[in-house]
Design a protein around this ligand. Structure first.
Ligand code: MG
Length: 398
């Protein structure tokens, strides 16, 4: 665990790399960068395939470099920025190379899914401060990332709202005094729906998240509660706690962002409005201190009706799957993540039912061989094999 105290540093402008700048977290990160022009400057923007938005972000923010990961859009982006001095590149090797540039201070990892792993490893190797929004990096390869961080000056700051909450509750505390982490979950759009009806819900139903405005993949992960399973694994690696010491608690209003219980019986909670700008602002402020903002502030009414309940593991079986994968360790969480990416993509295209997502993940995990102590290449191979197997299961599903 890499908790820090606030340290007032020299207050130079920090150069930021935003990986996944056209996604939901990436766009909100650029909002925060624009809010504090005397503190942050975007140096590198990376997008997968949203070429037009990347071009308009480049024109607005004038970074040193942009990378469009999907090579088919490279010439289009390059030509559109021809009249500027912005460097344009393409491909995953270019991303892994660019994040190591000495000018970059902080790397915000906001790509979707497994694709975030390689560049996060490169940023750790270069000793960057990392604002981690790509939780799948820790789900897939938490063991490896943990090892790499021990040999690096790199620091991970969580952007995920729950993990930002844990971080804030743990500031000034000793980890040996912690009894339990309470990870809050909104419960998603199907919290009150009878289990039998879940087989009939559509992608459009699942995309209606009650509180948070997020990208499509994480919104489906939230509906299945896979997201909460991922966040349990993310918390385990970020804070060095055992999975059984992380308890999920459903809190439909998403005002309490998570809580820490201590061995003297005290509980600390962090509260805030459900707006991702807040945890991004906190993460980017580290380690210098909190960034003052004119954002809407919480009122008594916002906190007047807070409820907590236990999650329904029977209705949302991927919670069990995630705890099992965490305790098995090795490549098991990597396989779970790969199968989930395939199943969610198939569900978003209306090719499979909502409940097929669990079946595809569990069957892929049963089939996949386990590597107990994986290196980077084992993750690459496990990911590819699991995606392949899950794709076959999805194609067979009618
Ligand atoms: Mg979260």
């Amino acid at each position: 665990m890499y908790l820090c105290k606030f340290e007032m540093s020299m207050r130079e402008i920090r150069n930021i790399a935003v990986l996944g700048s056209t996604g939901s977290i990436g766009r909100q990160t650029l909002d925060i960068i624009a809010e504090y022009p005397d503190r942050f400057a975007p140096w590198l923007l990376v997008a997968r395939s949203s070429a037009d938005l990347l071009i308009s972000q480049a024109r607005q923010f004038r970074p040193h470099m942009v990378i469009i990961a999907d090579a088919q859009y490279y010439e289009y982006v390059r030509d559109a920025l021809e009249d500027t001095d912005i460097e344009v590149a393409t491909g995953s090797a270019a991303i892994a190379q660019a994040v190591t540039a000495p000018e970059i201070d902080t790397v915000v990892t906001a790509m979707v899914g497994y694709s975030g792993l390689e560049s996060t490893i490169a940023a750790i190797g270069a000793g960057k401060r990392i604002a981690l929004a790509n939780k799948e990096t820790l789900v897939v390869a938490g063991e490896l990332i943990d090892r790499l961080l021990k040999d690096s000056t790199s620091v991970l700051y969580p952007v995920d709202s729950e993990h930002g909450a844990f971080y804030q509750c743990l500031m000034g505390e000793r980890m040996e005094d912690v009894e339990k982490l309470w990870l809050t979950a909104s419960g998603g759009p199907f919290r009150t729906m009878p289990k039998e009806q879940l087989a009939h819900v559509t992608a459009a139903d699942a995309l209606k998240h009650p509180n948070w405005s997020m990208g499509a993949k994480i919104t489906i992960d939230s509906a299945t509660m896979m997201n909460k399973g991922f966040e349990m694994i993310e918390a385990r690696w970020l804070f060095g706690v055992e999975p059984q010491d992380i308890e999920i608690v459903v809190h439909p209003q998403s005002i309490i962002h998570s809580m820490v219980a201590f061995k003297d019986g005290s509980v600390k909670a962090q509260l805030g409005l459900p707006d991702m700008h807040l945890p991004i602002r906190f993460a980017l402020g580290l380690p210098d201190g909190r960034l003052a903002s004119d954002c809407r502030k919480m009122t008594i009414e916002d906190m007047a009706n807070l409820t907590l309940e236990r999650p329904d593991f029977d209705k949302f079986p991927l919670l069990n799957t995630a705890y099992a994968a965490a305790s098995t360790g090795g490549t098991a969480p990597c396989v779970m993540n790969a199968a989930n990416e395939i199943a969610v993509a198939a569900f978003l295209q209306d090719k499979i039912k909502f409940t097929d997502i669990y079946r595809i993940i569990n069957e892929t995990m049963e089939h996949a061989p386990l590597v107990a102590h994986p290196g980077y290449e084992d993750y690459v191979q496990s990911n590819a094999a699991a995606r392949d197997y899950a794709s076959k299961l999805a194609a067979l599903t009618v």
